[in-house]
Design a protein around this ligand. Structure first.
Ligand code: PHE
Length: 484
């Protein structure tokens, strides 16, 4: 069992400032008195000292005495007397001591005469006593008066009385940090000095993984979906066939998104082979000939094109698989699904685009849903993110009709910004799957990166994802709270 917290090398460096042992507040193990090498007792005393002016008076006499001495037997005009150094102070003091007198009507202006033959320079004498260390002969009133005249000052002298402390030593003893079975067995523990526990020390940050900000924001979005009663779809396949990624979604085979420039195709294995063939036939038919009230695209649909493997370009491929699966059930039951996972697009990379990102997708399948239901569920979803002002703009997706881009009012930027895409899945997509005719499926999607960058104040996506990511950013990022 370890006694005292083992101190690892370099340990102190990672602790915040203010660790107590530097200030002697550390307690001895098992005891209550602090371990001190020396004891220092503060002993302060007060002493009176002469100021420079006070010293001058001891040497030359007080101003009033000097004024008195300077007056000749036939007197001196007041104006001449004032020219003396400290003439004014000396005059006033000598007047109040009645050492001198003034004749205001004298010829040539007011004249000053001595009023007594001899004087006793009490101020000088008192200061002299202080200088000789005999200030105890003066009372407090006298000393304070001299202090007021700035002739004396009181100084506090701080001294420390040093004695050996309870842990006094001239050698540094390395304290043991661990009590070993051997120490107990051979009794050496009795002589050992153990390092005291430092209960104020910060613990070592346990080594553990850190969630990337994207994963923290994903947790919050997942929470919102779960609160709304949605179930998570299995998105654990980055590789998808063109069939599920495009064809099942009524995306024609000539669609520009199916080009090498927009989609990453796989070279090995280049094509998928397993498909539900009857469903595939219905998809082929709706593309090439139409059906279910639709004219279709009127082109020669090729299975080779549908077989091409790719890195999924959207998680709607997963939604298609899930809706097909749902349609295979004996009886239809309404569902609410969501997914948050990675998708890949052959994009030109810039500060806000990478060739891979995360999509958040919500899907609701129920009888007779309307566009109003879609707008209602979007309102509920975005209000949980703190976004309340929504606007919709007609858009186009091959698999939804109508389609709407979702905009929200950004209070900081003072403008409407796009926050997602949505729509009502087309009958050409749902009916070949086998879903009942009166079942409508509404859906929407948005990226995970955009809200994450906004939330964590990251302007360049390369600082969030990829080889330029600073791991410290990952360690230091706080948990995500999407405040409504
Ligand atoms: N799949 C669309 C995209 O990649 C998002 C979307 C999902 C649109 C569901 C409508 C319905 O942008």
């Amino acid at each position: 069992m370890p006694i005292g917290r083992p101190e690892r090398q370099g340990d102190q460096g990672s602790r915040p400032m203010g660790d107590d042992h530097m200030f002697g507040r550390r307690k001895e193990w098992g005891g209550t008195s602090p371990a001190h090498v020396i004891e220092a007792e503060l002993r302060s005393s007060k002493r009176w000292e002469l100021t420079d002016e006070g010293k001058e008076i001891v040497e030359k006499g007080s101003h009033e005495a000097r004024v008195f001495d300077a007056i000749p037997p036939n007197g001196i005009t007041q104006s001449d007397l004032m020219k003396f150094p400290c003439g004014k102070v000396g005059f006033n003091k000598a007047m109040s001591s009645k050492w001198i007198r003034i004749d205001k009507n004298a010829e040539g202006g007011p004249r000053i005469f001595k009023a007594t033959d001899c004087i006793e320079d009490a101020v000088k004498n008192k200061l002299l006593l202080v200088q000789q260390g005999k200030d105890s002969k003066l009372d407090d009133k006298e000393k304070n008066e001299l202090k007021k005249r700035k002739l004396l000052s009181e100084v506090t002298v701080k001294t420390y009385w040093i004695t050996k402390g309870n842990s006094f030593s001239t050698t540094v003893v390395k304290q043991d940090t661990e009590l070993t079975p051997e120490m107990i067995a051979n009794g050496s523990w009795k002589e050992k000095k153990f390092k005291p526990y430092n209960f104020d020390a910060m613990g070592i940050v346990p080594e553990c993984g850190h969630l990337h900000p994207l994963m923290k924001v994903r947790t919050q979005f997942r929470q919102i979906f779960l609160e709304m009663g949605f179930t998570e779809m299995p998105t654990n396949n980055f590789i998808e066939s063109s069939f599920w990624n495009f064809d099942s979604l009524f995306q024609p085979q000539q669609h520009p998104a199916r080009d090498q420039h927009d989609t990453f195709f796989l070279s090995d294995p280049a094509s998928a082979t397993k498909f539900p063939m009857d469903y595939l036939e219905r998809v082929k038919k709706v593309h090439s000939e139409g059906g279910y009230g639709s004219l279709g695209y009127k082109y020669d649909w090729k299975i080779e094109e549908a077989q091409k493997n790719l890195l999924r370009t959207h998680t709607t491929a997963v939604s298609a698989r899930m809706l097909y699966k749902l349609a295979q059930k004996e009886a239809f039951t309404p569902v609410k699904y969501f997914s948050i996972d990675r998708v890949f697009r052959n994009e030109t990379l810039d500060a806000t685009h990478l060739a891979e990102f995360h999509q958040i997708e919500g899907v609701v399948a129920d009888y007779d849903l309307t566009l109003g239901d879609l707008m209602g569920v979007l309102q509920q979803f975005f209000s949980k993110l703190g976004i309340t002002k929504l606007r919709y703009k007609p858009a186009f997706n091959p698999y939804t009709e109508p389609s709407m881009e979702i905009f929200s009012y950004h209070e900081g930027l003072k403008k409407w910004v796009e926050v997602g895409n949505s729509g009502v899945f087309r009958p050409e997509m749902l009916l070949p799957m086998g879903l009942p005719e009166n079942v409508t499926v509404i859906a929407w999607g948005l990226s995970l990166e955009r809200p994450t960058m906004i939330k964590y104040g990251i302007n360049n996506i390369r600082e969030l994802v990829g080889h330029k990511v600073n791991l410290q950013m990952v360690y230091d990022s706080p948990v995500c709270r999407l405040d409504p």
